[in-house]
Design a protein around this ligand. Structure first.
Ligand code: ADP
Ligand code: XUL
Length: 515
């Protein structure tokens, strides 16, 4: 059996598969806010950061791993697991001192927090929601020869949430702590290291989200390293393929949770690359939209292409080659903000409720940004709308306009990928909502499919683990990445013109608002 872990923004989950019987054996999850309230992070990060700072406590991720494995060990026999892989929210960085390798190699102790907490040189980790590094992005771009050059080298212009700018900010604001830092990991490679009891590589999928990896050579880029912070290359792990095996699991986990000594760990990757695998979309053809804390839009790339407007990214595809991705910060948290402001529940977003406002399709335009957005990059402080007279007093109309706005914004900013919207595969917490799924089909005028498994990142990680052990990935994807007819939604073709027009109006409002 194979275990996939997914350390996302709001939770850590586990999924165990058995390729011999094509079965999902067990799934468990730990919700950071609900299960670990003592970290004061109801949505998985520390609230109240100023000037765009969004950090999370890395001890919370460690405690979640202990708790999750304890729950999993109660539910299933972990001695049967042959290989583990995992995924992490992308871009977030973990800073460790020179005692980290020795702590990794010492399997004693009762808890991971106790063992690793003294090694953190930055008490809290910047995560992907952080927008505090505008100045650092400009400095990196200038030093590296401009944003077009940063993009040519790394697949993205210098981006606020990416690891390189975050590392530069640390070097500038806490130079002594930076100096003391022996190793900087991503969330994914940090957890992989802890499990394997030795330093894991950063894989090409997650490594490409740092503004530090050269896409052509798949090595750390000397120009970008120099532009970011001094002595950085000595602090970074090596880079490697997602399916490379790190080694056997640490004795801590065999002793505490009953894993076999023959169980091995493969590299971890980012949650989006893992989801590409779990959605059965590692070959070009499908577009994947993930409606999680962030909304992301991604696809395997048929050929090399970067976004001329600087919003899109190129990451490594865990199955080889590359994937393109765009990330929207105002995803589930914006949907929740409207829901809570109006005193609604998710039923106001379902197919029946949205059916009642169908006549108003495309009539009210909303820029659905409850906080700073990254696509397009702007410090929004609340949604901006242009609507009919009854729009302000009618919550149902605003729910429709918010969802339409989110998908119109995706349509607008995914044009550079040049993809035909033939089929969309939808995943993430909000994809279970039939109304939201129908809205995606209508705005994109493409059929939407949802898979039987909802946690595509954890499934992807389990499939990566099995592939690392020699199983055939395409054959496993046929077994595990299943859609059922009931879960397919055809677009309402009579709305094609409506949403083509609405797209133009959305673009106009965006232009007026952003100047
Ligand atoms: P992440 O992986 O980023 O932690 P998930 O993919 O697990 O996030 O999605 C979690 C989000 O899904 C929640 O924040 C919630 O807003 C949203 N969600 C869950 N159920 C529904 C629903 N029925 N309708 C709309 N959104 C939902
Ligand atoms: C992708 C991104 C987010 C995080 C969290 O670039 O920033 O999707 O991976 O899920």
């Amino acid at each position: 059996m194979f275990l996939g872990l997914d350390s996302s923004t709001q939770s850590l989950s586990a999924l165990v598969i058995d390729p011999a019987t094509a079965c999902i054996v067990c799934e468990r999850t730990v919700n950071f806010g609900k299960d670990l309230p003592h970290y004061g992070s109801p949505s998985g990060f520390l609230p109240g950061g100023t000037d765009g700072v969004v950090h999370a406590d890395p001890r919370m991720w460690l405690e979640a791993l202990d708790l999750l494995l304890a729950r999993l060990a109660e539910a299933t026999d972990l001695s049967q697991i042959a290989m583990i892989s995992g995924s992490g929210q992308q871009h977030g960085t973990v800073y460790l001192d020179e005692t980290f390798p020795q702590r990794l190699g010492d399997p004693r102790g009762d808890s991971l927090v106790e063992r690793f907490a003294p090694a953190f040189t930055r008490a809290t980790s910047p995560i992907w929601m952080d927008t505090s590094t505008g100045a650092e992005c400009r400095e990196i771009a200038e030093a590296a020869g401009g944003n077009a050059e940063v993009c040519r080298r790394s697949g993205s212009i210098a981006v606020e949430r990416f690891s390189g700018p975050q590392i530069r900010r640390f070097f500038k604001t806490e130079p002594e702590a930076y100096e003391k830092t022996g190793c900087i990991h991503l969330v994914s490679s940090f957890l992989a290291s802890v499990l394997a009891g030795r330093e894991a590589a950063i894989d090409y999928g997650d490594g490409a989200g740092m503004n530090l990896m050269n896409l052509e050579s798949l090595a750390w880029d000397p120009v970008l390293l120099d532009a970011t912070a001094p002595g950085l290359v000595e602090k970074l792990p090596t880079l490697g393929a997602t399916t490379d095996v790190i080694g056997p699991i640490s004795g801590y986990f065999t002793r505490k949770y009953g894993f076999s000594e023959t169980c091995r760990c493969a590299n971890f990757t980012g949650d989006n690359p893992a989801s590409l695998v779990g959605m059965g979309s590692t070959r070009p053809g499908n577009i994947v939209i993930s409606l999680g804390t962030s909304d992301t839009f991604f696809a395997a790339m048929p050929g090399p292409l970067t976004d001329p407007h600087g919003y899109g990214h190129v990451f490594g595809n865990p199955a080889g080659g590359f994937m393109s991705l765009i990330c929207f910060r105002n995803g589930s948290l914006a949907r929740e903000a409207l829901r809570d402001a109006e005193g609604l529940d998710w039923s106001a977003f379902d197919a029946d409720a949205l059916g009642e406002t169908r006549d108003a399709a495309g009539a009210n335009i909303m820029l659905p940004f409850y906080g700073p957005e990254i696509t397009p990059r702007h410090d929004f402080t609340g949604p901006v709308s242009k609507g009919s007279d009854d729009f302000e007093s009618d919550a149902a109309l605003r729910v429709r306009a918010l969802l339409e706005g989110q998908f119109l914004n995706m349509r607008l900013h995914s044009r550079w990928m040049g993809l035909r919207h033939e089929r969309i595969r939808l995943t993430g917490g909000a994809s279970q909502n039939d109304g939201i799924a129908r809205m995606a089909a209508d705005v994109f005028q493409a059929p939407v499919e949802r898979l039987a498994v909802s946690n595509s990142a954890a499934l992807g990680a389990a499939l990566i683990a099995a592939a690392a052990a020699g199983h055939d990935l395409p054959a496993m994807q046929k077994q595990f990445c299943l859609t059922t007819d009931q879960r397919k939604i055809a677009p309402d073709a009579s709305l094609e013109f409506v949403y083509n027009e609405a797209l133009g109006k959305f673009e106009d409002l965006l232009r007026e608002t952003m100047g």
